[in-house]
Design a protein. Structure first.
Lengths: 544, 702
C-alpha cells in the first residue's frame, strides 16, 4: 500500500517536473527572440518527446498551431536520421511547410538528449523568424518556391559544432540575417536548456529511461480523452463554412464523425487549393481542427500524443486544407485557423447549447512596409526604409453563459503588439486602435467586439499593406442557437476606397489605412439577453 | 523628538517598532538593541489601523515601554494589494488619447490559457463609460503630431463631478517621452474638481514605454490612492492619540522605505511590501553569516515567495502582476510597472486547498482557505483539506504548541476531510493522502524555484536557504532536498520574519524612465543629462528623511540586443560617462547574456532601453554570526511520530522548545523545534545546530 502510494505520488511529481522543464525551454526562447511576432505576440512553442517521437509534454507558453505540427517534423527527422546515428550535441533543423509547421517562417529545431550513450528524449521548439526571403509575409506567391528559402531536414549542429555552411545559406537568403541568426541561436539554446534540466531530473529520480513515465502520461491522457469522447453522442454531423478566399470564395465542407471512442473530421468536398498562399498544409489543418474540438470536449486533458491519438482528420489532396507541394502556403492560417469554426458548426449539433458561436478566426497580420521599390524612386527618395508587423484581432463568438471575448485571437494563442513598440520602429502612427461599437453579434450572450485601427505615415511618403490574412470581409462570423452574426471586416483607405483583394496594396502619401476587425457571432436568442447587460452595453457605448 | 530614524548609527540604540499587515495576521515586532518582542494579532480588515494599534498596545504592555519611547515605526501592508484583488478601491476615471479608449481593457489581447474557452480577462479598474478621450497625439520621440485639444475639459470635469469620481488617472500615448500634455490637462482640470479628487499622471507614476502597462500602473495607483491616503491618515491619528509621535516610514515593494508623503502619492509602490521585508531579512542574514548565494524561502498562509540573492543582494525588476483573477494564471491580473524585488510567488501556503482533479490527479492551491473559513483543523467552518491540515496529519504541527496553544486544533476533522476529499478518490488510507499533499506542494515550490533560477542564470544548488514565515520552517528540509540545497538557516523570529526585515531596510527611492540608447553608438551626453535629472529627482524624495547624511546612488540600465523584447540589467558606474563607456556596457551586457543563455549574438548591436536610479540611505553592517563549539542539546520535551518524506515512512521525532536551545547546541534529525509562531522540522537527513545569534543552522548529512 505505502509503496504503491509513494510510487503514484512520485510519478505525478515527475510529470509536473517535465512540464516545468518545457516551460523553462519556452521562456528561454521568448526572452531571446528577435521578431516582435515571437517576443511580443508569443508565436512560438516548445515540447519534449520520447525516443519513439511521441510528444509527452508541451509548454503553455506558445501557440497551438505549432505544438501539434511540431510532432510531424520530429517524426520526419527520424525517417532521415536513424537514431543509431545521432550523437550528443546534434541539433536538427527544418522549415519545410509540409513536414514541419505549415509555412517557411517557422523554423523547427530538434535536439536529442543523451544520458551516457543512451538516447533518452528529444526536445523540439519552433519560432516564427522575421524573414525567409521570397515575397515576404504576403500571400501573393503562386508557388512555395517563390515564398522563400526552404531548408529541408538537416543538421545545424553536429556533435556540438555549429554547421557554419548551413548558417551561411540560411542567412544569405533573408532580408534580416542578424535577427534570423539570433532567433536560430535562441532555438538551439532553448533546447539545450530543456535537455540540461531533463538530465538533472532523471538523475534525481534515478531514471534510466522515460519509458515508464511516458507510458503513464500517455495512457492517463488517452484515457482522459476517451472518457470525454464516450460522454458524447455517437453519430455524424455536417457543416459548410464559407470564407472569402483569395481569387474566389472558399467552402470548408466538414463532417464530424463520433464513433467508438474516436473522432474523425472529414473535410471531403472542401474547395480546391487557392493559387495564392492561403492554403493550409494538412499538418496545420489537423492541428487546429483537433485543438478546437479538444478545447470543448476535454479542455482539462493534457495535449499530447495520448489524447490526440483519439482524433483524426480526412482530407483530399489538392484542396485548400491539404495542398500539395509546391502550392503556396505563407498565410496558411487564413484557412487553418477557420477550421475551428467549421468543426464547431458540426459539434454544436451534437452538443446543442454547449458550443460557442463563430469568431473572427484568422488573425489579421498588418504587414506594413515602406514603398521602396514599389513606386517611382523619387517618391521614396527621402523616406525611411522600414518593415513592421502589427497584429489586429477581432472578436470571439458568444459563449454558453458568457459574452464572447473582444479583440482576442481564437483559435490562435498569440496576442497584440503595443502601439508604442511598433511606432518606435517606423514612421507610421496609429490614429486609432479601439473597440468597434456594434461589432459583436447580438445574442443572449453577445459576440466579442472587433476593433477599428487607422494607420498613418508621419512622412510625406506612401507605404504598403499586405492584406493576405484579411478574411470575413464578405462572410461574417455566424451566431449560434439564434444568435446574430458579428459585423463583417473592412479594409479600406482613409479616402474611402476598399482594398479589393488579399494582395499588397499601396497607401498613397497623405492617405491612411483603415481596418475594422470582424466581430464574434452572438450566442442564443437576443430577446433573452438580460436587461442589465443590455443597459451596461449601452452605457459603455459598445452598442449604440 | 528623536532623529528621522534612517541613520543606522543612531537607529541601533533606538526603540524600533515594525508592523506588517498580512491577509490573515498583523505581525508586530519591537526591537531595542539586541532585545526583541514580537506578536501576532488577527488582521482587522474593516479598519486595518485598529489591528495595528491593538498589536502595538499589547507589545508595549509586554515590553514595559511607553508609546512615547518609540523612536521610529516602520510599516508594511497588503492593503493596496487587497483593495485591487477585492476591487474595493476608489471610483476612478481615466483620460487618454483620442482613438485609444480601450487600451486598459484590451490589455495584451491574449488568451492566457489556450485550452480553456471560458476564461475572462481582468475586469478593467475603470469601466468604459468613465474612460474619456482628448484630441492630442505624440510621436515616439516626443514630437507633437496633434496639438492638445483643451476644448472638452469643462465637459469632462462636469461628468467627473456628476459621477462622484474620487480619482482621475491621465495617460497619453508616448507621454514617457514628453509629459507636457498630461501636465496641462491636470493643470486645467484641478480647479474644476472638488479638492479631494486625486490626479495621477502616467508620466509621473511610470514613465516607461508600452502603453498598456504604463496606463494600467497609473490607473491602479489612482484607484488605491484615496483609500490608502485615508488609511495612513487614520493610522497616524490613532498613533498620535496613543502618544506615539515617532516618524512613520512605509515599506515599498522594491525593498526601500519611504515617507508617508511619498507613500500617499504613489501607493501602488506599497504592494508586496511584506515579502520585500522578508528579502531584506534574508539579505541581512547573508551578510551576518557570510553567505555568497542565498535562496530566501518565505511561506505564509496564502503564498510562498522564493527569491535569490547573490552577495547578499536580491535582483530587482520593475514589472509585477497584481490580482491574478483566474486560477493564479500569468496574464490574468493587472500588470504594474513599479520597482520590485525579483521573486516568484506561488499559491502555496498553509491555507492552500488540496483537491483531486478530473484526471484523478492530486492538486494543491492556488486558492487558499485564508483565515475564514481557514484550514479544517481550525474548526472555523473550513471543510476542504489544506496544507496546514496535512502538516497536522503528518505530525509536523504539534497542537499543543500551535499559536502558543491559543488555537485548539481539531486533528480528527482534518483526517476526516482527507478521507472524504482525497483518500476515497485515490484509494489512499491513513496519513497517505496528507503525505501526497505535502509532497505536491513541496514539488510545486521546487519547480517554481528551479524555473526562477534558470531565468536568472543561477545555480540553485550553490545556495544556502534562509527559511522564514509561518510555513517555511515546516517544509524547508524537503524543499532543500528536492532542489539540491545542503544548508538551511532558520533565523530567530522566523514566524514574523518580514516585520523584522522592515527594521533593517534603508530609506530609498527608485526612479525609472524609458530612453533607448544604442550602446554601439553611445551618446554619453544624452545619458549624462538624463541620469543627472533622475538622480536629482530620486534624491529629492530621500534627502528629507536623512538629516545630514549623504545618500548612496545605484544606477542600472536594462539592456538587450536591438530587436529583442526582453532585457538584462547592467550596472552603470556612478560618474560622468564618456563615449567609451558604451563598449564597456556592451561587454558587461554580453557577459550576463552568455551566463543566462549560453551564447551571444556576434555582430548584433545592443541598446539600453530603461534606466533606473536608486537613491538610498546607508545601512550599517549587521553583527557577524559565529559558530560556538558544539554542545549536547538539552533533553527534548517529548517525542512524537512524524512522516518523513525522504524515508517514506513514519519516524519518531523528539520535540525541542526553541528557546531551550542555546548557541552551540546540536542535534540530529528527525526532530521538531517548536516556537510560538512556527515549528522547524529537522529532516532525517539533516543535523541542526544553534549559532551565536540563535539561528538554527541545518546541514544535510547525505
Amino acid at each position: 500500500m505505502s509503496k504503491a502510494a509513494l510510487e503514484a505520488i512520485k510519478t505525478q511529481v515527475m510529470w509536473n517536473r517535465l512540464i516545468a522543464v518545457v516551460e523553462e525551454q519556452a521562456q528561454s526562447l521568448l526572452r531571446t527572440a528577435f521578431g516582435t511576432i515571437t517576443r511580443e505576440a508569443g508565436d512560438l512553442s516548445a515540447g519534449v518527446y520520447d525516443p519513439q517521437g511521441r510528444m509527452i509534454a508541451q509548454a503553455m507558453t506558445g501557440t497551438p498551431g505549432h505544438v501539434n505540427t511540431m510532432a510531424t517534423a520530429v517524426a520526419h527527422f527520424f525517417k532521415l536520421y536513424p537514431q543509431s546515428t545521432m550523437k550528443p550535441g546534434d541539433v536538427f533543423i527544418t522549415n519545410d511547410p509540409w513536414l514541419g509547421t505549415g509555412h517557411l517562417f517557422d523554423y523547427v529545431m530538434m535536439t536529442p538528449v543523451f544520458i551516457g550513450k543512451k538516447l533518452v528524449a528529444f526536445f523540439a521548439s519552433t519560432c516564427h523568424v522575421i524573414d525567409v526571403g521570397g515575397v515576404g509575409l504576403s500571400a501573393k506567391a503562386n508557388s512555395s518556391y517563390e515564398e522563400g528559402t526552404l531548408i529541408p531536414h538537416l543538421m545545424i549542429r553536429k556533435g556540438g559544432k555549429i554547421n557554419d555552411e548551413l548558417f551561411s545559406v540560411i542567412l544569405a537568403n533573408t532580408r534580416n540575417p542578424v535577427e534570423v541568426k539570433g532567433d536560430l541561436l535562441s532555438l538551439i539554446s532553448a533546447n539545450d536548456t530543456g535537455a540540461r534540466r531533463l538530465i538533472e531530473m532523471m538523475q534525481e529520480f534515478d531514471l534510466k529511461s522515460l519509458d515508464k513515465l511516458a507510458a503513464h502520461i500517455l495512457s492517463t491522457s488517452e484515457k482522459g480523452a476517451k472518457d470525454a469522447i464516450k460522454a458524447l453522442p455517437e453519430g455524424e454531423w455536417s457543416y459548410d463554412l464559407p470564407l472569402d478566399g483569395y481569387e474566389s470564395e472558399i467552402l470548408i465542407r466538414t463532417k464530424l464523425i463520433i464513433r467508438k471512442g474516436k473522432i474523425l473530421i472529414d473535410f471531403t468536398g472542401t474547395s480546391a487549393a487557392s493559387i495564392f498562399g492561403i492554403n493550409s498544409p494538412r499538418t496545420y489543418s489537423l492541428a487546429y481542427s483537433v485543438f478546437a474540438l479538444k478545447a470543448v470536449i476535454a479542455p482539462h486533458v493534457p495535449n499530447n500524443i495520448g489524447s490526440l491519438s483519439c482524433f483524426d482528420i480526412k482530407t483530399e489532396p489538392h484542396t485548400c486544407v491539404d495542398p500539395i507541394r509546391p502550392s503556396p502556403v505563407t498565410a496558411r492560417h487564413v484557412i487553418g485557423q477557420m477550421l475551428a469554426d467549421a468543426v464547431f458548426g458540426c459539434l454544436a449539433q451534437a452538443l446543442p447549447g454547449k458550443v460557442q458561436a463563430e469568431s473572427a478566426g484568422s488573425i489579421w497580420i498588418l504587414s506594413l512596409n515602406s514603398a521602396h521599390g514599389r513606386v517611382a524612386a523619387s517618391e521614396t527618395a527621402h523616406a525611411q526604409n522600414f518593415g513592421v508587423i502589427s497584429i489586429a484581432l477581432g472578436g470571439i463568438g458568444g459563449r454558453p453563459g458568457k459574452d464572447g471575448l473582444s479583440t482576442m485571437a481564437f483559435p490562435s494563442g498569440i496576442g497584440g503588439i503595443p502601439v508604442e513598440i511598433t511606432e518606435g520602429q517606423c514612421p507610421l502612427w496609429f490614429k486609432e486602435k479601439q473597440y468597434l461599437p456594434n461589432s459583436g453579434g447580438a445574442g443572449e450572450w453577445r459576440g466579442g467586439l472587433g476593433q477599428r485601427i487607422e494607420v498613418r505615415n508621419r512622412e510625406d511618403a506612401p507605404f504598403t499593406i499586405s492584406a493576405a490574412t484579411f478574411d470575413r470581409i464578405r462572410n461574417a462570423a455566424q451566431g449560434r442557437d439564434g444568435g446574430k452574426p458579428g459585423s463583417k471586416g473592412v479594409a479600406k483607405l482613409g479616402s474611402g476606397k476598399n482594398l479589393p483583394d488579399k494582395g499588397i496594396h499601396l497607401v498613397p502619401k497623405g492617405d491612411s489605412l483603415i481596418v475594422e476587425l470582424p466581430g464574434g457571432g452572438g450566442f442564443g436568442d437576443p430577446e433573452k439577453r438580460k436587461v442589465e447587460l443590455i443597459k451596461a452595453d449601452k452605457q459603455a457605448g459598445i452598442t449604440v | 523628538m528623536p532623529s528621522a530614524g534612517a541613520n543606522a548609527k543612531i537607529m541601533a540604540h533606538q526603540l524600533k517598532l515594525a508592523a506588517d499587515i498580512g491577509g490573515t495576521f498583523t505581525d508586530i515586532v519591537l526591537e531595542h538593541g539586541n532585545k526583541r518582542w514580537s506578536g501576532k494579532v488577527l488582521t482587522t480588515s474593516q479598519g486595518p489601523e485598529l489591528g495595528v494599534l491593538q498589536g502595538i498596545q499589547a507589545i508595549l504592555v509586554e515590553s514595559g515601554f511607553a508609546a512615547k519611547d518609540i523612536s521610529v515605526l516602520i510599516h508594511g501592508t497588503t492593503l493596496a494589494t487587497n483593495s485591487l484583488i477585492e476591487r474595493k478601491g476608489a471610483k476612478t476615471a481615466f483620460i487618454t488619447t483620442e482613438g485609444f479608449r480601450d487600451v486598459i481593457e484590451q490589455g495584451y489581447e491574449k488568451r492566457f490559457d489556450h485550452y480553456d474557452l471560458m476564461i475572462d480577462r481582468a475586469e478593467p479598474l475603470v469601466p468604459r463609460h468613465l474612460r474619456f478621450t482628448i484630441g492630442e497625439r505624440l510621436a515616439a520621440n516626443g514630437d507633437v503630431l496633434i496639438p492638445l485639444d483643451e476644448s472638452r475639459i469643462a465637459e469632462i470635469a462636469e461628468k467627473i463631478c456628476s459621477e462622484n469620481i474620487n480619482a482621475v488617472a491621465i495617460g497619453f500615448l508616448h507621454s514617457y517621452a514628453y509629459n507636457k500634455h498630461e501636465q496641462r490637462i491636470a493643470e486645467l482640470l484641478k480647479p474644476l474638481l472638488p479638492k479631494h479628487v486625486t490626479l495621477c499622471l502616467s508620466s509621473e507614476v511610470a514613465p516607461e514605454i508600452r502603453e498598456y502597462e504604463r496606463f494600467s500602473t497609473t490607473v491602479a495607483n489612482a484607484y488605491v490612492r484615496p483609500m490608502m491616503a485615508g488609511y495612513l491618515k487614520r493610522l497616524q491619528d490613532g498613533l498620535g492619540a496613543m502618544g506615539l509621535n515617532a516618524p512613520l516610514y512605509l515599506m515599498m515593494s522594491g525593498g526601500g522605505l519611504t515617507t508617508l508623503e511619498t507613500a500617499s502619492r504613489f501607493p501602488i509602490r506599497l504592494v508586496e511590501s511584506g515579502p520585500a521585508g522578508g528579502v531584506i531579512l534574508a539579505s541581512r542574514i547573508a551578510q551576518s553569516c557570510k553567505l555568497p548565494e542565498v535562496l530566501s524561502f518565505d511561506m505564509g498562509g496564502t503564498t510562498a515567495k522564493i527569491c535569490l540573492l547573490s552577495g547578499a543582494k536580491p535582483e530587482r525588476a520593475h514589472r509585477f502582476e497584481i490580482a491574478r483573477a483566474y486560477k493564479d494564471m500569468k496574464g490574468s491580473g493587472i500588470p504594474v510597472r513599479i520597482p520590485v524585488i525579483e521573486m516568484v510567488e506561488i499559491g502555496a501556503g498553509g491555507g492552500s486547498i488540496a483537491r483531486v482533479d478530473k484526471l484523478n490527479r492530486l492538486t494543491v492551491g492556488p486558492d487558499s482557505a485564508g483565515s475564514t473559513p481557514g484550514p479544517v483543523c481550525y474548526g472555523r467552518g473550513g471543510t476542504l483539506p489544506t496544507v496546514t491540515d496535512a502538516n497536522v496529519a503528518l505530525g509536523k504541527i504539534d497542537p499543543a504548541f500551535f499559536a502558543g496553544g491559543k488555537v485548539a486544533l481539531d486533528e480528527k476533522a482534518s483526517a476526516a476531510a482527507f478521507e472524504i476529499h482525497i483518500g476515497s478518490k485515490l484509494g489512499l488510507k491513513d496519513f497517505w493522502p496528507a503525505a501526497g499533499v505535502a509532497e505536491i506542494v513541496e514539488e510545486n515550490m521546487a519547480n517554481a524555484a528551479r524555473v526562477h533560477a534558470i531565468e536568472r542564470g543561477k545555480d540553485i544548488a550553490k545556495c544556502t536557504m534562509v527559511a522564514f514565515g509561518g510555513g517555511a520552517p515546516l517544509h524547508a528540509c524537503r524543499l532543500a532536498e528536492k532542489i539540491g540545497i545542503n544548508k538551511i538557516i532558520v533565523p530567530s523570529g522566523a514566524g514574523v520574519g518580514s516585520a523584522i526585515g522592515f527594521l533593517q531596510a534603508p530609506v530609498a527611492y527608485e526612479i525609472t524612465k524609458s530612453a533607448a540608447i544604442n550602446l554601439d553608438e553611445f551618446d554619453a551626453t544624452a545619458v549624462n543629462r538624463l541620469l543627472k535629472q533622475m538622480t536629482h529627482d530620486a534624491e529629492a524624495v530621500v534627502k528629507p528623511a536623512l538629516q545630514n547624511e549623504k545618500p548612496t546612488l545605484h544606477i542600472v540600465a536594462d539592456c538587450r540586443y536591438v530587436g529583442q523584447g526582453h532585457e538584462i540589467q547592467v550596472t552603470i558606474p556612478i560618474r560622468i560617462l564618456t563615449k567609451s563607456d558604451g563598449v564597456k556596457l556592451k561587454a558587461a551586457f554580453e557577459k550576463t547574456y552568455a551566463q543566462i543563455y549560453g551564447l551571444t549574438i556576434p555582430g548584433q548591436a545592443a541598446e539600453a532601453i530603461t534606466w533606473s536610479v536608486t537613491s538610498s540611505s546607508r545601512v550599517g553592517k549587521p553583527q557577524l554570526a559565529k559558530m560556538p563549539p558544539t554542545r549536547k542539546a538539552v533533553e527534548p520535551l517529548r517525542s512524537r511520530k512524524i512522516y518523513d518524506p525522504a524515508l517514506g515512512k513514519l519516524v519518531s521525532a523528539p520535540i525541542y522548545w526553541r528557546f531551550d536551545l542555546t548557541p552551540g547546541m546540536a542535534l540530529k534529525g528527525p526532530a521538531i523545534i517548536a516556537e510560538h509562531e512556527t515549528s522547524t522540522i529537522v529532516g532525517s537527513r539533516f543535523n541542526a545546530k544553534i549559532n551565536s545569534l540563535g539561528y538554527i543552522i541545518m546541514e544535510r548529512t547525505r
